[in-house]
Ligand binder design. Structure first.
Ligand code: DAH
Length: 338
């Protein structure tokens, strides 16, 4: 049996096969246990020693070529099968593709961007700060000393054993970082993610968003603070709303306030304002002299105000969301609504 003529004949037969079953039959016939190639190999011991090697190589090359031809034919079958399936589906390559599914910006991102635009239009700079923060910036420089009771209310996640690194519990540390790098007067905001070690419920989550505001200049007073907050309210709710200040205590401001705004959703009381017609908007105050000093700014010359807006809470108010945890759980049914 001559391997070359055998290969030619095999190729012809493989090309004539019409289905996988027929191909499998040929594969058995040529390279199976009792097949043509096996027969060729079995002849080797009968040959003269000098011919054996060449004969063996030819038999193996034949086997290889036949297997390749079979694989190539099988691919042709696969392709025509796919083609047939497409035709049966009325596949029309000229039709436009289905519209790509588009996502949307997270409501927190939306509100952050709106507020950034608003404050930038008032001459504020937008800052970022580290989420893993030094105890120094998160507490000490903000006039919250080691034994200060305000530390207890901050439910801190510590990142090391010595209490030097924390997950920032508020965006206020950016205040001091901003002061260190700037010459007054300046205005900055710092939106971002903050963390508290908290048992979660509908109004508490371990991770949420705040936006810090800081203005340092000459003779900055509570009147400036109120003016800025009224502009903020106009930007958020689209109209002027009355505000009122209640005393509030935060170690980094003096005096400190809780700023309330007239409920934008009702006239005589509703469920959002708990029938009081006022909603708690944000804590704020005039920057404590110790904090200015910690930021390298002379409190005898400069003064300023700061505020801490709860972005998560604001988004909940705006969209009437009843559970903060919706904001972070990534449920598409929730996210699709924005
Ligand atoms: N950092 C405070 C907190 O998260 C909020 C705050 C209060 C920020 C008063 C301020 C401020 O800038 O003036 O509890």
């Amino acid at each position: 049996m001559d391997p070359e003529t055998t290969l030619e004949a095999a190729r012809e037969r493989i090309g004539a096969c019409e289905d996988t079953a027929a191909l499998k039959g040929l594969e058995r016939e040529y390279v199976g246990k009792q097949g043509v190639v096996a027969t060729l190999l079995a002849e080797i011991p009968k040959l003269a020693t000098g011919e054996r090697k060449a004969h063996g190589q030819k038999a193996n090359a034949l086997k290889q070529s036949i297997l390749e031809a079979i694989a190539a034919r099988q691919i042709e079958f696969d392709i025509s099968k796919l083609d047939a399936a497409r035709r049966a589906d009325d596949f029309d390559a000229t039709l436009p593709p289905p519209l790509a599914q588009r996502g949307s910006l997270h409501p927190i991102t939306q509100v952050t961007r709106e507020l950034e635009d608003l404050f930038v239009s008032m001459g504020y700079e937008v800052l970022d700060g580290p989420e893993v923060e030094l105890d120094h910036y998160n507490f000490e420089a903000l006039n919250i000393t080691k034994d200060h009771p305000a530390r207890d209310s901050q439910d801190t996640f510590y990142c090391d054993d010595v209490g030097r690194l924390v997950l920032r519990t508020h965006t206020s540390p950016v205040q001091v970082r901003a002061m260190e790098k700037r010459e007054p007067p300046f205005r900055v905001i710092a939106p971002g993610r903050v963390f508290r070690q908290e048992t979660t419920d509908a109004s508490h989550d371990h991770t949420f968003y705040q936006m810090e505001g800081l203005v340092v200049g000459k003779d900055i007073s509570v009147a400036h603070l109120i003016g800025a907050m009224k502009t903020l309210l106009r930007g958020i709710f689209g109209r002027d709303l009355d505000v009122r200040l209640r005393p509030g205590h935060f170690p980094f401001v003096e005096p400190g306030f809780e700023l309330d705004a007239r409920c934008p959703f009702c006239e005589g009381g509703c469920s959002v304002c708990k029938r009081t017609t006022w909603i708690e908007l944000l804590p704020c105050g005039l920057i404590h002299p110790n904090v200015l000093s910690a930021g390298g700014i002379d409190p005898e010359v400069w003064s300023g105000f700061a505020f801490g807006l709860g972005l998560s809470r604001l988004v909940m108010l705006r969209h009437e969301i009843d559970d903060v945890r919706h904001l972070l759980d990534g449920d598409v049914r929730f996210l699709e609504q924005f």
